[in-house]
Design a protein around this ligand. Structure first.
Ligand code: PA5
Length: 448
């Protein structure tokens, strides 16, 4: 079993010859990626990560995770974008659906909370209240080491740690994941003696889940990071070695671009398991930040189903015909909950007696796929055999590889993000950061 891509339900929208034509283009894009002669080729470290990573650091990650598990009731993970979404996606996909809320006996590992992914003081104060006077540690993650959101959150939690434990002990509870040599966070870590982990130079934030960026928080949650890497290595093997006909990542890259070129400008990633919500958030960043350039690209959107069938479902079925849908289907549910028979069938559900909730969920999924197809929304499916570390590793690699190939097909550089700088410049100018004085006046006038 493996992660597979199925476009059989979209057959009515795409002809075989279109697939044949596009298969040549994706093979070329793949070659460009593997020959490392395309745009952004200094950011291709993720390609080999599953088989070529720092083993010494990997062992240190496991050791640090064990220490945190032993001395902390709570881990605060500080990071934004690519320095946050992968870890959260993995922990929610792999661990208990109510991870922070179930008893310690069930969870066994520290509660994990995320911050530095907004600038809300209300959110941060709420989190401080949740930590209370319990023992905690902090993993601050920032490749550049200068991103405003995590830097502010870190300043606050660092002060809290130092007040609670004193400077020396606090330093032993802070783990910094950042560049190996440069940036404010690296300097601070060296100065204060924090344990540090490295975001490799050639791995961009949104491709960094399989580095210490994702691995430390994932390991703290009790998930098996060896299995995660094994799955990613399998995903890499499949993506690199298989010909188009058997290569699911290449097929996904090809098919989504066929639809884009026919005027479908939105891809909706759908799941039927709430624990996949953050996989979709991770995927949106991966594709949105990689492909949305030069006034091109598919807009990546997501829905949680069946939840959103009672809200966005109307639009998908019947609104502007601008989208296609990619369903992530977890084939084997983690839990079987059976619907019982009642003597008096007041709620009219006895026709489901003896059936599992997963059977109902899959029926909803299959019915929805056909309904959306009838409503002119082509449907793709990414099949995930089950929710475990191995298949998640394979899934991460599947989406990353398809993203690199798809970006080259589109004729953009999938590995930079020049567009994210614009808001920062304005924000710094408005905040009065030294060096932004000129822009400040002009912006203040515009806001009058
Ligand atoms: O993918 C990216 O490059 C971005 O989303 C970054 O991950 C994000 O902006 C955080 O950057 P940093 O890790 O430098 O704080």
């Amino acid at each position: 079993e493996k992660i597979t891509f199925d476009y059989s339900k979209a057959a009515g929208f795409i002809s075989d010859e279109e697939v044949t034509y596009m298969s040549k283009l994706v093979e070329d894009a793949k070659k460009q990626l593997l020959d490392r002669n395309g745009a952004g080729n200094d950011f291709l470290g993720w390609l080999d990560l599953p088989v070529d990573y720092d083993k010494e650091e990997f062992t240190r990650i496991k050791k640090a995770a064990e220490k945190i598990q032993g001395d902390s009731e709570v881990l605060i993970v500080i990071g934004i974008g690519g320095s946050y979404l992968g870890a959260r996606a993995a922990i929610e996909f792999l661990r208990h659906g109510f991870y922070n809320n179930v008893s310690k006996e069930i969870r066994k590992t520290p509660e994990i909370y995320y911050c530095g992914n907004s600038i809300s003081g209300t959110y941060l104060q709420g989190l401080i209240d949740v930590v209370g006077d319990r023992d905690f540690s902090v993993n601050i993650i920032s490749k550049s080491g200068t991103t405003t959101e995590p830097a502010i959150a870190f300043r606050i939690f660092k002060e809290m740690l130092e007040k609670k434990y004193g400077k020396a002990e606090a330093a032993k509870r802070i783990y910094a994941t950042t560049d190996k040599a440069k940036g404010a966070l690296k300097n601070l870590a060296t100065e204060e003696g924090y344990e540090t982990f490295v975001v490799p130079d050639d791995v961009g934030g949104r491709f960094s889940v399989l580095t210490a960026v994702g691995l430390l928080p994932i390991a703290v949650s009790g998930a098996d990071i060896d299995k995660l890497m094994e799955g990613a290595a399998e995903g890499r093997k499949l993506a690199l070695e298989q010909k188009f006909e058997e290569n699911d990542a290449l097929k996904y890259a090809a098919l989504r671009n066929i639809l884009l070129r026919k005027g479908k400008s939105v891809e909706i990633l759908a799941n039927y398991e709430p624990s996949l919500h953050y996989v979709s958030e991770w995927w949106k960043q991966l594709y949105g930040e990689s492909e949305g350039k030069d006034q091109k690209g598919l807009f990546p959107a997501s829905v949680d189903l069946t939840t959103d069938l009672h809200s966005m479902g109307q639009f998908i079925q019947d609104g502007s015909r601008i989208m296609f849908e990619t369903v992530m289907n977890v084939e084997k549910s983690r839990c079987e909950v059976t619907i019982q028979k009642e003597d008096v069938d007041l709620d009219g559900l006895n026709y489901l007696a003896g059936k599992t909730m997963d059977f109902v969920n899959k029926s909803a999924m299959n019915g929805t796929i056909l309904a959306h197809t009838d409503g002119n929304v082509p449907n793709f499916m990414v099949k995930i055999p089950e929710q475990n570390e191995f298949y998640l590793g394979e899934l991460f690699y599947f989406f990353e590889f398809a993203c690199g190939v798809s970006g080259y097909l589109l004729g953009i550089n999938p590995f930079n993000q020049p567009g994210v700088e614009s808001y920062k410049k304005n924000m710094f100018a408005l905040l009065g950061k030294p060096g932004y004085e000129d822009a400040r006046e002009a912006l203040l006038n515009r806001l009058k």
